[in-house]
Structures are given as C-alpha cells and as structure tokens.
Design a protein around this ligand. Sequence first.
Ligand SMILES: [Ca+2]
Ligand SMILES: [Ca+2]
Length: 343
Amino acid sequence: MRDHLKVLSLLLTVVVVMVTAREFDGKSSLSVPPGDCEVVAVSEGTPIGSEIYVFRLPSFVSNVTVVSPGEGALEDWGVRVDSDSGQVIAIGRLDREVRDWIQIDAFITDYSTVDAEPQSVSVCLNITDENDCAPEWTMQPYPYLAAVSPDAPPGTTVYQLTAHDADLHPNNVFSYYEFAGRSQYFQLDATNGTITTRGHPLVAGQEYDITVMAQDTAGNQSPRVTVSILAGRRPPQFYQEQYSVDVYENQPVGTIVLTVQAKSFADLPITYSFLSMGVADPAFSLNGSTGAMSVVRPLSYDTMPHTSYLNVLATEQGFDGMASIMQVSRLIVDFLDLLTSMK
Ligand SMILES: [Ca+2]
Ligand SMILES: [Ca+2]
C-alpha cells in the first residue's frame, strides 16, 4: 500500500531552437548582526597563513578552547585557532560573498592559577569586501533575442542588458561594452545597458548580432554574450527549453504541477494551449492566460501511460501567425524503482 510514494515525472522539451536559460548563481551576503563580542575587520583578500587576531592569554601555561562554531565548521570557513598561542589564522579563502561575519566563542583557561575559572571570550570577524566578483548576466530567456521594426526611428529601445555584481559598492559598479557587432546600426548605453537603434534603415528579415560584455572598475569581466536582433517580427520565445518536475500520483485535482511561460517581442499578451498532436493527456489542463498546468483528474501510476507527449502552443493575441510550439513529454516513474536505483 505504498502507491502514494509513486511519482509522475514531467519532462518538457521546446522544439523551437533554444538553449536552457542560464541560471543566475550570484553569491549573496549572509549578513548577521554580531553578538556580544569584540569586532575585528578582516579583508576577504587576507592571504592564507596570515594572523587575523590573537586571543590574549594571561600566562604561558594558558590556552584557548573554541566552543562555537565547531572546529570543522571554522576550518571550512578558512579559519583556525591555535590553542596554545591564541592566534587566529586564515587557513583558506575568506569569501565575503558567502559569509561576512564569523563569530568565535571560546574560553581561556589559565593553568598557572589553580582556582581560576575559565574565562569566556568572543570575537566577531567582520569579513570586508574586495573587488573579486565579475558582473554576471541576469537577462532571460536565453538565448538573448530581440526584434525591431526595420524602419524604427532612432533611439528605439531594442534590448535591455542586465547584470549583477555580487561585491559591495563601489566594487559592484560596472559598465557595458560592445565587443563586436553592428555599432553602425545600434547603440549600447554603457551605464544602463540599453541597446537602441541609430535610425539607419535595417534589412527586413535580417538578424543583427551584437556581442557584449560587462566589466567592473577592477577589470573583472562577465562572459561575452551575443544578442541577436531580428529586423521584423519574431514569434514568442519560451523561457525554458526543458522543464522537469516530479508529480506525486496522490497530488489532488487542482494542483499546479508546472507553469510554462513565453516572452512576447511585441509586448502582447500570450495565450497558451495544448495542441492536439499525439495522444491527448486528459489528466492535465493548461490555463490559457497563465500557462499553469494543473491536475484535472486523479493520477494513477498503475492505470495511466507512463510516458505521453503534449505540445504547448504560445500565441500572441492580436497578432495572427506569431506562435511557438513546445513539445511536452510526460514520464511517469515508479518511486519505489527510483529509490532502488539511487542506492
Ligand atoms: Ca566586482
Ligand atoms: Ca567581494
């Protein structure tokens, strides 16, 4: 009676030419307020082996014992405390973008005095920023596509570049540069990343590729990427080439298992629908305006086909002929088999 453990797995594949969107993996600061402790600023660029801090020991027969964090955790964060000398040493890279405060709680025991109680001490290392991060692109979807009317007037916005630099100000200040491309037709604003037309007539149906880069003030560079600008209309672009989601067969009717989305290059609303190609899957419905795919009847691993294919159509409202098709392959997996194969 472990049917509820069985899962349905959904796999969606976009058949128009697309690549999976590049995930933004910008580092985030985990700033926490220090507790009751002595605050010491330490640069994340501190060389390995450097002394960061010294716990003051009352006599040469005293030592310091770290209470928190555990020794393994502290070493994972690039810090070690020498029990005999009281020295706090950088033994690895101190990455502010991962952890900007390290609180060390310890006690000092003085063995020169028989009756002395261990003394509690705390130091909070405030990891300060270095310019060690490059800007990372945050545009979606990928590949970076645009469309513009061939006779667009000068200054028409074609595409908006966006990027994120995980450093703190001013180390996160960067500019956009055109590395190669069609600068006689398009202009890139170095500060705000907007690509606009210059007003030169464009050839209808032609793709204009522009390769761009973002670079911060220390010279840290983003990857170079290409924006393809089509002179004309472009059909909607799905935000992902492929979706994968596990659906438990005991998920109730009404559960949204997946939401598909596409971008309109004409800023028009998009309507989503299943195309009746292949075998219809009566277990799911698609919300025409949101792209949400929901369970509409009870799921059963035992009685439903384990794999079926669906096609999703994204159509621009008010603009006939501009539509994209995404093929959905739905795979049902027995969760018990999955557990066995993972062992
Ligand atoms: Ca930076
Ligand atoms: Ca940094």
